[in-house]
Design a protein around this ligand. Sequence first.
Ligand SMILES: CCCCCCCCCCCCCCCCCCCCC/C=C/C(=O)SCCNC(=O)CCNC(=O)[C@H](O)C(C)(C)COP(=O)(O)OP(=O)(O)OC[C@H]1O[C@@H](n2cnc3c(N)ncnc32)[C@H](O)[C@@H]1OP(=O)(O)O
Ligand SMILES: Cc1cc2nc3c(=O)[nH]c(=O)nc-3n(C[C@H](O)[C@H](O)[C@H](O)COP(=O)(O)OP(=O)(O)OC[C@H]3O[C@@H](n4cnc5c(N)ncnc54)[C@H](O)[C@@H]3O)c2cc1C
Length: 664
Amino acid sequence: MEGVDHLADERNKAEFDVEEMKIVWAGSRHAFQVSNRISRLVANDPIFEKSKRAVMSRKELFKNTLKKSAHAWKMINELRLSDEESIRFRSFMDQPGFVDLHWGMFVPAIKGQGTEEQQQKWLPLANNMQIIGCYAQTELGHGSHVQGLETTATFDPQTDQFIIHSPTQTSSKWWPGGLGKVSTHAVVYARLITNGKDHGVHGFIVQLRSLDDHSPLPGITVGDIGMKFGNGAYNSMDNGFLKFDHFRIPRDQMLMRLSKVTREGKYVASDVPRQLVYGTMVFVRQSIVSNASNALSRAVCIATRYSAVRRQFASQNGGTETQVIDYKTQQNRLFPLLASAYAFRFVGEWLKWLYTDVTQRLEASDFATLPEAHACTAGLKSMTTSATADGIEECRKLCGGHGYLWCSGLPELFAVYVPACTYEGDNVVLQLQVARFLMKTVSQLGSGKAPAGTTEYMGRAQHLLKCRSSVKKAEDWLNPGMVLEAFEARALRMAVSCANNLSKFENQEQGFSELLADLVEAAIAHCQLIVVSKFIAKIEGEIKGKGVKNQLKNLCYIYALHLLHKHLGDFLSTDSVTPEQASLASHQLRSLYSQLRPNAVALVDAFNYTDHYLGSVLGRYDGNVYPKLFEEALKDPLNDSVVPDGYHEYIRPLIKQHIRSARL
Ligand SMILES: CCCCCCCCCCCCCCCCCCCCC/C=C/C(=O)SCCNC(=O)CCNC(=O)[C@H](O)C(C)(C)COP(=O)(O)OP(=O)(O)OC[C@H]1O[C@@H](n2cnc3c(N)ncnc32)[C@H](O)[C@@H]1OP(=O)(O)O
Ligand SMILES: Cc1cc2nc3c(=O)[nH]c(=O)nc-3n(C[C@H](O)[C@H](O)[C@H](O)COP(=O)(O)OP(=O)(O)OC[C@H]3O[C@@H](n4cnc5c(N)ncnc54)[C@H](O)[C@@H]3O)c2cc1C
């Protein structure tokens, strides 16, 4: 029935102020107002309609993305939207496209690695979209191993130019988004060679296509790398290939903030760490963590609302059938994901602060916190994207058969999201960066240099290596100090165990290779500790609104205790908890699920998502699922005719043959 709220009973059960929770979720009242207004602006504009993406051909989908981007840009300018509003606009458009790479990587690369002069020249062009850029780093042969890139940029002192060249097939750029069909320019990463000497990988601004007719410039071969996973999904993006044949650019198009090449061809390195050439990736990894909470919360919102609508089997005392959300197994799978969505939101907020802090320090030539910022962005990007990709798939299963329908919104969400485990650094490769950082920190314990920031707990090694958890009853697991101590002891003991095992090898690098799997586990334990500790910090701060803090506390302990349950092997083998304490944690977790249950639908309402953004029949705000599933089915092109195309060629002859043989 139209207009009826099928989830009204659920909403009436809520024990907290949903409007205040919306503000906590958004980050501030202002952020909530911006999101609320912009999401409705996008939802009400027919250009941003997205329900036909799965049945569009690749070319149609790509052109549709261009149309949406052009319309968005027109609106952004006409309405004079701020940067914050424009970013929300792009997010609610919900269609990956070249603009992500232009604004998300090309512009930041110039800002981070260009000199003042270069910024003055290129940023106005990019900011007005008079040029469109992408980030061309990965090659056919190398993505993770950036120092292994093969494209060369050789300085020619006679002409004061760099010659950009792809010497082998594997040196072709391969994957950059926006490169295949749209970008006029790229920041290209290539090995800098002056006077026959290789100075390693540097960034260069390279024009690829004519600004008059969009044709590739002579010496440039460029195109799209082909269809990717899923229908619709990330296929709206023109990930591309690019080959250079001795292509020349002026010397001043090398990004020279970190190091320079003089007119004479002399290479001058500045005193800033060369790793700042990777700065754009650090920026994007940080934004990917916030985005993980968006993607996971969408999936959880769909699965929670549908689990409240869906009924299976009569309850034990007869009467109406049971809502599937009331099954403890459903709660055990769904509620930790709901808690994770909130956890990733808060750790994303914290990481944004950390990133801003390190950026300000770098501007003042203080490089001390760079290794920690790198480890945190790499590790949290890895941990949150892996958990989110797995979580979206779990939400699909939580919706049973209907979750497999494209109109549930979950298959496309998964297909768009899952490459986040690979892009901006493969998740295993990134955890190994965290592991290196942890091994370094452990090796310096006792040297007088106290670990700081997220490794501060390692400075309490004497205590954490020996302590026994003092949990005695289930409610003790709601004590933040006891929860933190268990996570700190587990993370430290895993890191120290890896360090001890490493020390048994004569060759450290060989030892590191042998122990890779354990090192990744230790890195994940450290990252989980960060997320738990930032969630606890959040609930210990000021939070307004009736019952809001209470709900956040429940979510925080569900997040921590489900991790404890999931990684029980780690906690037991490191003696961080006893089997009895683990069983008390499970008991407490069940109690928390029961407390969360009446608030579940309201907790996902607090995300404040429009039906347009959710794009899911199962997750509709009004819960009116069944009639809408029929409506969606009838829209499928296969249902345009009653008798399908192909009947006369392929079905009728079969049936007739059968009838003939049956007559024989
Ligand atoms: C028109 C309408 C709309 C308009 C609207 C406008 C608004 C729109 C707004 C849109 C905004 C969008 C927001 C952004 C979203 C972006 C979308 C994202 C889409 C995805 C695109 C994907 C892009 C990519 O994938 S780019 C390529 C990424 N590649 C990688 O990540 C490669 C991974 N590999 C590496 O990073 C390194 O090589 C690594 C880390 C493996 C290092 O290997 P190594 O061999 O150890 O490295 P080495 O170079 O020798 O380093 C030694 C030393 O340095 C340390 N190190 C490494 N990296 C860093 C670093 N980044 N920072 C600091 N330190 C670093 C390393 O740890 C070593 O240290 P020591 O051990 O101490 O020596
Ligand atoms: C959708 C999408 C968009 C992208 N957009 C861009 C873009 O805009 N610009 C750009 O430059 N690039 C882009 N990329 C490329 C992306 O950054 C790389 O694919 C990514 O960094 C992984 O590198 P790789 O493909 O070389 O993986 P590989 O390193 O080849 O990984 C293969 C396997 O090897 C393992 N492995 C690799 N090294 C190690 C190691 N040292 N120890 C243990 N295991 C290891 C990995 O864990 C993985 O299981 C994009 C990729 C995708 C999928």
